[in-house]
Design a binder for this molecule. Structure first.
Ligand code: FNR
Length: 182
């Protein structure tokens, strides 16, 4: 059965490597899996007073999209050894009552950085968040794309074959996990 995965990049930058990796994932998806991407740049900063008076429209739209997706693909940059503030803000908004749509959701994670660790430290922070949220995060393959400038061309296409293969394998694993849970 076809599955739909919601793809989120944690960078708002126009020429973002993380967004480029997300685009590559959409192209490399196995048959039967579609990656639909959504932006998180229009969300207001989290404020619990606002939440209690009703979710703003862009927040509600993201909550609905997460709920409806069969799985998630989150691509995070590393900012000061953690995830970006905009990604944390989006996760915080989606995680609040009355529903918690990350609960039991299959989640695949990638990170991209110009540094040699490929955003590993951010990725582990993200994984830690999903312990609390009870997301069903894939442990393997770990896709941490380091020294990223050498792996994308000037148009932002992922050209490194080894990395392309890792991305393919991650999406195959996500598809298998989604099918297992059905
Ligand atoms: C960074 N960058 C960075 N890189 C890294 O490997 N570890 C880090 O801790 C940080 N910290 C950091 C903090 C802040 C505030 C910025 C703006 C940047 C560099 C970062 O990985 C680089 O700018 C990436 O290109 C960001 O990802 P996108 O925007 O290309 O997807």
């Amino acid at each position: 059965m076809p599955v739909t995965v919601l793809g989120i990049s944690g960078s708002l930058r126009k020429d973002s490597y993380n967004s480029a990796a997300l685009r590559a994932a959409a192209e490399l998806a196995p048959e039967g899996l579609t990656v639909q991407t959504t932006g998180i740049g229009d969300l207001p900063l989290y404020n619990d007073d606002v939440r209690q008076s009703g979710y703003p429209a862009p927040v509600q739209a993201l909550r609905d999209a997460v709920k409806q997706a069969d799985g998630l693909l989150i691509v995070t940059p590393e900012y000061n050894y953690s995830i970006s503030g905009v990604l944390k803000n989006a996760i915080d908004w989606v995680s609040r009552p009355p529903e918690q749509p990350f609960d039991g959701k299959p989640v695949a994670i990638m990170s991209v950085s110009p540094g040699i660790f490929g955003g590993a430290r951010a990725q582990y922070h993200l994984r830690q968040m999903f312990v609390y949220l009870n997301g069903d995060v894939l442990n393997r393959p770990e896709v941490m794309i380091g020294t990223c400038a050498s792996k994308f061309d000037k148009e932002g296409r992922l050209t490194d074959e080894t990395t392309r293969d890792f991305v393919r394998k991650l999406l195959q694993a996500l598809q298998a996990r989604i099918e297992q849970r059905r």
